[in-house]
Design a protein around this ligand. Structure first.
Ligand SMILES: NC(=O)c1ccc[n+]([C@@H]2O[C@H](COP(=O)([O-])OP(=O)(O)OC[C@H]3O[C@@H](n4cnc5c(N)ncnc54)[C@H](OP(=O)(O)O)[C@@H]3O)[C@@H](O)[C@H]2O)c1
Length: 253
């Protein structure tokens, strides 16, 4: 399998490293604007080049990882190199119709907008996939790639936005909870490093617990709230400060 990642920044780079870990036999080539960006990928055994067109020509799957305002220009540059390939665009916020317009005439076999999150580097992404064009075979290939670096869901355009808020921006939201919990832990007397470690392991444990039991979060919350105890008092104090409303408001901006 030959994959070219055009624009190996935060998201493109994490995707390259996650795919390299999941598919050790794949030939993964990354590109960037500046040579310095590519050094760390060369050190990790990936192919690197500043030539987007050469990278795309040599690949079966082309992943676009540049910023939204550069996407149209880079796709124009790649136009003649995409025939017979699958395009995976990581670019968020470009309407599907606009993207289809930019890709018209390229001869791609399939095109997808794919929104992973940064945990893709460690093969723990939640990735949302929206098909712009393609066949059941190209969709299966894209799902196979992203299932190997976490979990994936195929969604329509409306739910792509919801998925992005929950799972991509959601990484920042979850980390802000960890930071808040750690700050509270320090106020209670833990050292900062202890507090971050405790908050992280607790979030990880809660995720594993919920996934293993397949229950609703509130059912597990019931199991840790002793009537009249400190957990329910803590939860109620957080709700009085607007916890749930704040999370929902953040998702709906
Ligand atoms: N960050 C996230 O969590 C996230 C999540 C979902 C989707 N996305 C999407 O991912 C895309 C990239 O975001 P990002 O946060 O990863 O941005 P980023 O860190 O700035 O990465 C963009 C990369 O594109 C490279 N680049 C710029 N112009 C180029 C060109 N003409 N040819 C080849 N490479 C070029 C840059 O190279 P240099 O480093 O050499 O300048 C940089 O490495 C965006 O469209 C965004 O919507 C990001």
């Amino acid at each position: 399998m030959k994959i070219a990642i055009i624009g190996a920044g935060n998201m493109g780079g994490a995707t390259a490293l996650g795919l390299a870990a999941a598919f050790p036999g794949a030939r993964i080539t990354v590109t960037a604007k500046h040579a310095a960006t590519l050094e760390k990928y060369a050190e990790r055994g990936l192919q690197t080049t500043l030539d987007n067109v050469a990278a795309a020509r040599d690949a079966e799957i082309v992943v676009l990882g540049v910023k939204p305002w550069l996407a149209q220009g880079v796709l124009q540059q790649l136009h003649g190199a995409l025939g017979g390939k699958i395009l995976i665009s990581l670019v968020a916020g470009v309407p599907a119709d606009e993207m289809r317009g930019w890709l018209s005439g390229t001869g791609l076999t399939g095109a997808y907008t794919v929104i992973p999150n940064l945990a893709i580097e460690y093969r723990e992404s939640m990735t949302f996939i929206h098909e712009l064009s393609g066949t059941s075979e190209t969709l299966r290939t894209v799902q196979m790639l992203f299932d190997a670096v976490g979990r994936s869901a195929v969604v329509d355009e409306r739910r792509l936005h919801a998925g992005m808020m929950l799972a991509s921006c959601g990484t920042a939201f979850a980390l802000r909870y960890v930071r808040a919990a750690a700050e509270g832990g320090v106020e209670l007397g833990l050292y900062p490093r202890e507090a971050v470690e405790a908050a992280l392991q607790t979030v990880k444990g809660a995720a594993v617990l919920l996934e293993a039991r397949g229950t609703h979060p509130e059912a597990e919350i019931d199991r840790v709230t002793t009537p009249g105890g400190i957990t329910i008092r803590g939860l109620n104090a957080m709700e009085a400060a607007g916890f749930t409303a704040a999370v929902i408001a953040g998702l709906k901006v």
